[in-house]
Design a protein. Sequence first.
Length: 506
Amino acid sequence: MEMLSLLADGFATSLSPLNLAIVILGVTAGLFIGAMPGLGSVNGVAIVLPLTFIVPPSSAIILLAAIYYGAMYGGAVSSVLLGIPGASTAVATTFDGRPMAQRGKAGLALIAAAVASFVGGTISVVLFTIFAVPLADLALAFGPAEEFALVLLAFTTFVGLGGDDILKTIIMICLGLVLSTVGLDLISGQPRLIFGDLPGFYSGISFLVLAIGVYGVGEVLHTIETSKSAPQVTPAKLTFREFGDGLRQMNRLWKTMSVGSFLGFFVGMLPAAGATPASLMAYGIAKTTSKRPETFGTGNIEGVAAPETANNAASTGSLLPMLTLGIPGSPTTALLLGGMVMWGLMPGPMLFIEQPDFVWGLISSLYTANFAAVAINIALIPLFVWALRMPFTVLCAMVLVLCIVGGFAPSQKMHDVWLIAGFGVAGYLLRKADYPLAPLVLALVLGPLMEKSFRQTLIAEQGNLLAFVERPLSGTFIALAALFFVLPLLKHVRGKEKKQVVTPAE
């Protein structure tokens, strides 16, 4: 009953005129951001982040969460109409969404994506509400040693569960940790890594500057290089008859959407997983369990519903460890985490005690955003078709201007603008070399927390390193971290053994 009471108080916050308008604005902006090829939720949140200083902190986070939510819906639009995923989270949607559009069923595919997203979002928000308080209560037992071990676990899950090159992932984590130490020492106050006594580095490297650089400017440079010519947009008209037919067809897919929702939510909670693997896993399960698996890839509506439920459920699931433990479950939630820290809201179990109005206002806003997203998504389908005809050159110019203004506005220092340019070029080059950017952002955000908790533990325990494994919770986390770290090595050894067994038989 207490949970329902807190949720009711949250709705009083999220349904205030300002926050309701912010949810609608954020969802609408997110839908267009998600629909534009090359943008996606990560870049959208990074670009909009500086603009949120004009509203109160709680409204700012609600806006960013609404953009995140809307972008997850919008990713399906370009997947269906262009055959180009708006973001990696919508890759699996193109497998059947694009063939449906080419067969004249673009409207039906977009309805299926919107309804599936709504179902996945609704189920995951309910699960979020149920699990948030118990997980926060568990986290109250955390001390500095547990915090350090948990951050270490977050990094090793990127190594063990991430699909990227292991060595490159480790390099990016280390680079992020190095960048997080720029500025003044936490304890002694001595300057470190200030690159020839440059005054701008005394305050450290802003998370906002790095995010805008690598995800905004870097993405623009990559898009300019890869988009040789604008792809053709498939026309999509939406009639009431087609809408009703779509709802009837979706009603028969309750099993697929339920599996995708639960799978997406729990995969989204893993710090290195997120919506992309969740959507691909859901697509694979739907194909495996289907009575007609051969129709997948040729325009099966089930192949649109499965990944869309999973990626929207995963986006909500990734918010849970961020709020309760301070550990983001995806690159976008890493940006949200950085935004909360900038506004003085420290994610973790104490947030539920010290800022209950903010926490439950944010949770209730997810319900509001879910209803707003499905209604606006379906209503604006003709507008999406028009907007996607915008030349890439115009879109890239708009994004670059937003990046420069957004990076300069908070600090009003040209130092940050030059850093954004540098990080933009670096992000572009790293992307060309297939280096993952998410571990870099995560390490910059969590680096200060990791250093602080590590040094606090050593000071309290008089330099005893065994303190990290002697405490039950931190010892468990470090054991799991060690397991995730050696997991790729075990897979490599097992793969070699299989090759040696197969070779003699040939």
